[in-house]
Design a protein around this ligand. Structure first.
Ligand code: FE2
Length: 377
């Protein structure tokens, strides 16, 4: 690939790709009321209904709604019974990501390669079939109660996977230009950073992409450490955050307290027109973190010239950062669940391959203002 960065080439060369990943297959969230969550993601976020399983398909203990927008697939799952593992997950964590499902060519090999390197299995390779073909699933644990499912669908022609039926409710909204999952960030507990970066390196063959320590990204109160783990082809990027000592409680610690442990902090979704996408999201009631207007007085001194007019970026609160290869535009929602835990990032890359480090200080100060209102700073 001619547009691959030198840094990424190095990663590709170094990574022992015993676990080739084709992309993010889907993200499964456990939630208290999947039906209403589905409406939220359709009406506000422009996801389209795709598939369903539950009582009508012979499933007695849970219901799942599958939504899609371009290459992003969400599965929203709620229990239909008391006292099961889904209930336990929701009771402990609130609504949140249960599974980051990875699209693979061979789910059996993926399971063998990872479990033989120390991953704990949650699902041995399992074949599921219907009239449209066959899907093979397997799964391993990652941080907290989160899992990675490996999905092999090369012999499947159906809409999602066996066990699901098409779901065609009245369409409530048009897509908003969300294209694919750019990265997904995990928050882990005190002292757990090395454990989980080593897990992604040794068990999954990932390499560390960029590093910055707590001195780079602390504000007066918040401090954290962050490392980005990437798979060999760069399609899957998992930044990992760990809290660091600050004067007051960091946002990562707040997350860990309310999520009751490690879990997915944010899902970054890519758009090719962030101004249009964020305008539409805001019109539909999605709340974003706001940086002070003064951020825009000096931002172009830091990042240089950009293609976009500054006025709509300032009006929407979109942040800008630059690295050696280009720039990026990004914005973060407030938490999208009841607890101050999971949120979304909208990102438009214009060459940059990094994650917006230059915005961290302004961003964390915005988060601290939110924490102040929650009494959790
Ligand atoms: Fe991010």
């Amino acid at each position: 690939m001619s547009n691959t960065s030198p840094e990424l080439k190095k990663v590709v060369a170094e990574a022992d790709d015993f676990l080739p990943l084709l992309g993010t297959d889907h993200i499964e969230l456990y939630c208290g009321n999947a039906k209403q969550s589905a409406y939220y993601y359709m009406a506000a976020w422009g996801f389209q209904p795709l598939a369903f399983c539950g009582l009508e398909t012979g499933i007695r203990d849970r219901v799942s709604y599958v939504l899609r927008q371009d290459k992003i697939t969400l599965v929203l799952t709620s229990p239909l019974v008391a006292d099961g593992p889904i209930n336990d997950h929701i009771n402990r964590h609130g609504d949140g990501v249960k599974a980051i499902a990875l699209w693979v060519d061979d789910a059996t090999k993926s399971w063998k390669e990872t479990t033989s390197r120390g991953a704990e299995s949650v699902l041995e390779p399992t074949e599921r079939s219907d009239k449209d073909g066959q899907v093979v699933l397997s799964g391993i644990k990652t941080y907290g109660d989160t899992v990675h499912t490996f999905v092999e669908r090369k012999n499947y022609e159906g809409i999602f996977m066996p066990g699901y039926q098409a779901w065609n409710p009245v369409q409530v909204s048009q897509p908003l230009g969300l294209q694919f999952v750019d990265h997904m960030v995990g928050n882990v507990g005190w002292g757990e950073m090395d454990t989980w970066t080593a897990f992604y390196a040794q068990v999954m063959g990932f390499a560390q992409l960029i590093s910055f320590d707590d001195k780079d990204i602390s504000t007066e109160y918040t401090a954290l450490m962050s490392k980005v783990m990437s798979n060999g082809n760069g399609r899957i990027k998992f930044p990992i955050n760990e809290p660091a000592e600050g004067r007051k409680k960091s946002q990562i610690e707040e997350y860990i307290d309310f999520y009751q442990g490690a879990g997915v902090q944010h899902i970054a979704v890519a758009t090719s027109n962030i101004i249009e996408t964020v305008t539409a999201l805001r019109d539909r009631g999605i709340e974003f973190l706001k940086v002070p207007s003064s951020y825009y007085d000096t931002v172009l001194d830091r990042v240089g010239s950009i293609d976009e007019d500054l006025a709509p970026l300032r009006e929407l609160g979109i942040l800008i950062d630059r690295d050696d290869e280009g720039y990026l535009l990004q914005i973060f929602t407030k938490p999208v669940v009841d607890r101050p835990t999971m949120f979304f990032e909208i990102i438009q890359r214009k060459g940059a391959k990094s994650f917006g480090k230059g915005n961290f200080k302004a961003l964390f100060e915005a988060i601290e203002r939110e924490q102040e209102t929650r009494g959790t700073l």
